[in-house]
Design a protein around this ligand. Structure first.
Ligand code: ZN
Ligand code: ZN
Ligand code: FE
Length: 765
């Protein structure tokens, strides 16, 4: 080895580096290129289907510094989950290049979610002298659409809906210049070569205007409703300070009371009508830009019809260049509600929008960049100091949720309401965007399409499908129609708790509080107020709320006074006279008798232990809400009226039982009736009811800890979107020495169920 002795200063080495995670479409290759330049190294970088591959050659110490820099300073949007380094023989290369993507067999590279417009791009867009001044599709390697425009992987322009736009020479130069911040920004475009806006009249004919944004702003200022094509679908926009406009939107959309989301230009504007904590500010300004629930200011200038009967506004900051352009024009806020008839998936296609939103919008602000994957806005709130997602979609999907262990590829298809699907692959779970209530063929087709797309981009063929136990759900039937795949039925509330465990990478037994609306139980009854001892394989139901009958089944969900009647009859042993409260006046005497008979006879009156229904009933008894015009409305409004200063509560009875203890609320119901008759305010009664649920839950947890020696409690189910309950119960449990797990990555409602299903199914296989 005479050669080595001639090496004095430098030792030349070559390393092969494989980077995994969200590393495509986030400016990873340009970063690698710049780092290689900075350290005087040669080699190449490319995207392949497993992530990013690098070969780097040069002085061994420079290589080490390069790897160090890459580890500590990846591009802001990258999420590196693995970085493997291998020593290989040097090849004498002197240059560093970015190679074209390799289209190989297994495509395990991850796609980035859509990213809100970055500050560099905004600066350019509002700069008169910039060539992209006011260009509504400006983007760079750090921002812009991703998931919604990608047809397949690897992420390269020809595989996106940008394929049809040929870059002009200026854009092309940026795209190919490693020093440029648009180097390999796949959706790169300008007014000369990229997508453009068009304004359409109500009937879909092109409007005669050279300034579609300016014209749309004028329409909005005059109280008109404009359908705006965004990143993941259409919004219906209206001036949020104009009561007439907002009310018109409600009438046209046939959405009576569910609050509308609003969007403001910046945080200063938001503070004019809502309270923003530090955590909320961070969530609002995060690049995911979810809708965040914020407490209303006492005085504000937002139209009353935006969020009637609610303490909260759903607020988001602009996330596309077009939003920034619209909001620059002096609106306090714009209503930005999803452009779809209620209960149907989001509209994403121009022609489809004109057809489906006919009569809803006065004009359409559209563009010619196709939305390949429709994705709703995400919805979040801050609870117990942490983010709680209530709808997980744009900005979060398709980022993986890291699991504790690897395992077979499994698909979870969710249940029915607020559905999502989930593919578990390796040690990661991919929860889909919000699909909606899978109660009709529109949404079922959307579910099918979502599954197919996820299978394609993940190159994952599930060997098992996990579904809900309810035999009549569309999602269950969807699973049963797939031939040749193992089917695994998972109990609804077990899936809720497993979902919470999975995202915390836990798999040991915990106390699971599964509080929600409705879920099919293993005894064929309707569960929803469940105390479980569960891990990610099995569960044991150790307690539940006492069964009460649901007169007319689902009808009792829409009409909470019916459910309340059932509880009253139960609490007063069928004596309606003793149970007399004003709520009963809304029934005709004959109807009351009939309902009482139905309840007695047990025809079409399934038994339920649902805590959600209990909240609904109390809401109806207090006259807070007697019709659910959207899911959870009575409970949300009950929370809204509760006096937060009140710490009193009612009594309850827990009957211990070897198989499952029962929580009986009859005493509390009788006390509520007495309070109503005594003229106690509903704010106090609502608070006492909340506090009762807190107390009995704590009581149950203490008993379960005593018996099973478990000190961790997992919160799941839609009821845990209730801030008052979650904060108080969380506080009490912590003070009693429990560890409390609440959802962070997945929603606590049925939108997180598919994750739990997939994880349980894997454990069982
Ligand atoms: Zn940017
Ligand atoms: Zn261009
Ligand atoms: Fe549920």
């Amino acid at each position: 080895m005479t050669e080595s002795s001639t090496r004095t200063q430098t030792t030349i080495a070559r390393r092969r580096i494989a980077v995994k995670g969200i590393v495509q479409g986030v400016g990873f290759r340009p970063t690698v290129y710049r780092l290689a330049q900075a350290h005087g190294l040669a080699g190449w970088v490319l995207n392949d289907s497993t992530g990013v591959k690098i070969e780097i050659e040069g002085d061994v110490r420079a290589i080490e510094r390069f790897i160090e820099d890459l580890r500590s300073n990846p591009p802001p949007l990258a999420q590196v989950t693995g970085l493997a380094v291998q020593d290989i023989p040097p090849q004498g290369e002197v240059e560093f290049v970015i190679k074209p993507s390799a289209d190989v067999e297994r495509r395990t590279g991850l796609i980035s979610p859509d990213v809100a417009t970055c500050s560099d791009c905004l600066r350019e867009m509002f700069n008169r002298r910039d060539r992209r001044h006011r260009y509504p599709f400006i983007n760079c390697t750090n921002c812009g659409p991703r998931y919604t425009i990608i047809r397949t992987i690897p992420y390269d322009r020809p595989k996106t809906t940008m394929a049809r736009f040929q870059m002009c020479s200026k854009c092309s130069r940026e795209y190919h210049d490693p020093a440029n911040r648009r180097f390999h920004a796949q959706p790169n475009a300008c007014a000369e070569c990229g997508p453009s806006l068009t304004l359409l009249n109500a009937n879909g004919s092109p409007a005669r205007t050279k300034d579609p944004v300016g014209e749309a702003v004028l329409l909005l200022h005059s109280g008109k409703i404009v359908a705006v094509k965004g990143i993941g679908g259409f919004h219906l926009a209206a001036d949020a300070a104009n009561e007439g406009a907002v009310r018109r939107l409600r009438e046209r959309k046939r959405r009576e009371e569910k609050p509308f989301a609003i969007m403001s230009k910046n945080l200063d504007r938001v503070r004019e009508y809502a309270v923003v904590s530090d955590e909320e500010e961070e969530l609002l300004s995060s690049w995911q830009r979810p809708i965040v629930l914020l407490r209303k200011n006492e005085k504000h200038a937002v139209a009353p019809s935006v969020a009637p009967r609610s303490k909260f506004f759903g607020v988001m900051l602009p996330y596309s260049p077009l939003h920034h352009l619209l909001l620059a024009e002096d609106f306090l806020a714009l209503v930005m509600t999803s452009g779809n008839p209620s209960d149907e998936p989001l509209t994403a296609d121009n022609a489809e929008a004109v057809e489906r939103l006919q009569g809803l919008a006065d004009a359409f602000l559209v563009h010619d960049r196709e939305i390949y994957v429709r994705t709703d806005d995400s919805v979040a709130r801050v609870q117990r100091g942490a983010r709680l997602l209530m709808r997980r979609a744009r900005g979060y999907v398709p980022a993986p949720i890291a699991l504790r262990d690897g395992g077979p590829i499994v698909l979870g298809v969710g249940a029915e309401l607020r559905n999502t699907v989930c593919i578990a692959r390796g040690a990661e779970a991919f929860l889909s965007q919000h699909i909606g209530d899978v109660k009709n063929f529109h949404t079922l087709r959307y579910l099918e399409k979502t599954v197919e797309h996820m299978k394609k981009i993940l190159e994952a063929e599930p060997e098992a499908i996990a579904h809900d136990l309810h035999p009549d759900y569309f999602s269950t039937r969807y699973a049963q129609e797939r031939a040749g795949v193992k089917l695994i039925g998972i109990q609804h509330h077990h899936a809720h708790i497993a979902s919470c465990l999975a995202e915390h990478q836990r798999d040991e037994d915990v106390i699971g509080l599964a509080f929600d609306g409705l879920g099919y139980g293993t005894d064929g009854k309707v569960w929803g107020g469940e105390f479980l001892v569960a891990d990610t394989a099995n569960f044991r139901r150790v307690g539940h709320f006492k069964y009460v009958r649901m007169p007319g089944g689902d009808a009792a969900v829409e009409k909470p006074p019916r459910m309340a009647l059932s509880l009253l009859l139960d609490a007063f042993d069928g004596d309606l006279k003793a149970a007399r409260i004003p709520m009963l006046d809304q029934f005709k005497e004959a109807d009351l008798k009939l309902l009482a008979q139905i309840l007695e006879g047990g025809i079409n009156t399934p038994e339920t232990s649902s805590l959600g229904r209990l909240f609904d009933s109390v809401s109806a008894m207090l006259g807070v809400c007697d019709r659910a015009s959207y899911e959870g409305q009575p409970a949300i409004e009950l929370e809204g009226v509760a006096d937060e200063a009140c710490t009193e509560s009612y009594d309850y009875v827990i009957s211990p039982n070897e198989s499952a203890s029962q929580v009986d609320m009859a005493q509390a119901i009788r006390r509520i009736v007495r309070d109503i008759r005594d003229g106690v305010g509903r704010a106090v009664i609502a608070a006492r009811f909340h506090n009762t649920i807190v107390n009995l839950s704590l009581d149950m947890c203490l008993r379960i800890r005593e018996k099973y020696g478990l000190g961790t409690v997992a919160f799941s189910g839609g009821v845990f979107q209730n801030l008052l309950l979650a904060e108080r119960l969380g506080g009490e449990l912590t003070r009693s020495g429990f560890e409390v797990l609440q959802h962070y990555h997945a929603p606590p409602n049925d939108g997180g169920l598919a994750l739990g299903q997939a994880v349980i199914a894997r454990t069982r296989i």
